[in-house]
Design a protein around this ligand. Structure first.
Ligand SMILES: C[S@@+](CC[C@H](N)C(=O)[O-])C[C@H]1O[C@@H](n2cnc3c(N)ncnc32)[C@H](O)[C@@H]1O
Length: 218
């Protein structure tokens, strides 16, 4: 065993291959369906860290032109299959979202569903947010969901870094218009610390998430 640390994308690839991604519900998250129903997802849409594509498919169904990126090849392969079965067109690409040079000024809406909180360091998060700034139009909306504090029925997040949304996003040229708490569904959750509930339900559990809305400044 060497001391080389695996990247979040490499870990995700292993989890996808094992068929054990707790965030892969086989359908979109309820909060994403809600966003779409409210008409908040419009125009040229970027889904960074798209996983197996359920959210990108939802945006395409709503009539958006969707680009969806993930660094894990198994995720992208499954996302293409899922979109084909759903009968929608999405531009899925396998790439690292910290470099979006190919999309200069292109996107009207970015919906980041648990990608930002996957990135290892504050430097990675700033590089990513700066790449989003370059890839979006002035006035574009960034809607973000990442690990949040607190608990839902005893379920809490582990290895939670200091939430740095409020320093990183303005530094990258986004004005935050809303920041609040919501939940995300994960399946196959196991008790991993003494503070976790003694008994986890068999079905999906809600975990605490932070929801951020921001506007891309010029
Ligand atoms: C927690 S999963 C969320 C997947 C999906 N957005 C969802 O909500 O179901 C995070 C995803 O980000 C991807 N990812 C991690 N680092 C990445 C990077 N640097 N570039 C692109 N994708 C990345 C992982 O492969 C994984 O699919």
């Amino acid at each position: 065993m060497t001391g080389t640390r695996m990247s979040p994308g490499q870990i995700a690839e292993m989890v996808y291959r094992a068929g054990a991604a707790p965030w892969d519900l086989g359908e979109p998250q309820p909060i994403i369906c809600q966003l779409v129903a409210l008409g908040a997802v419009k125009g040229n849409v970027l889904d960074p860290g798209c996983g197996t594509g359920w959210h990108a498919i939802e945006y395409a169904r709503a009539g958006c032109s969707v680009t969806a990126l993930d660094v894990a090849p198994t995720a992208v392969h499954r996302a293409r299959t899922n979109a084909r079965r759903a009968g929608v067109t999405v531009d899925f690409r396998q790439c690292d979202v910290t470099n979006l040079d190919a999309f200069e000024g292109h996107f009207d809406t970015v919906v980041d569903a648990k990608l930002y909180d996957n990135l290892d360091t504050a430097e990675d998060r700033l590089r990513y947010a700066s790449a989003l700034h370059r890839a979006t139009r002035p006035g574009a909306r960034l809607l973000m969901y990442g690990f949040g504090p607190g608990e839902v029925n005893g379920v809490h997040n582990h290895l939670l870094d200091e939430p740095d949304y409020e320093t990183v996003l303005p530094a990258a040229g986004f004005a935050i218009t809303y920041i609040g708490q919501t939940t995300y569904l994960l399946k196959g959750f196991e008790r991993i610390c003494a503070a976790c509930p003694q008994q986890m339900p068999d079905g999906p559990v809600h975990i605490p998430m932070t929801e951020i809305h921001a506007i891309r400044l010029t």
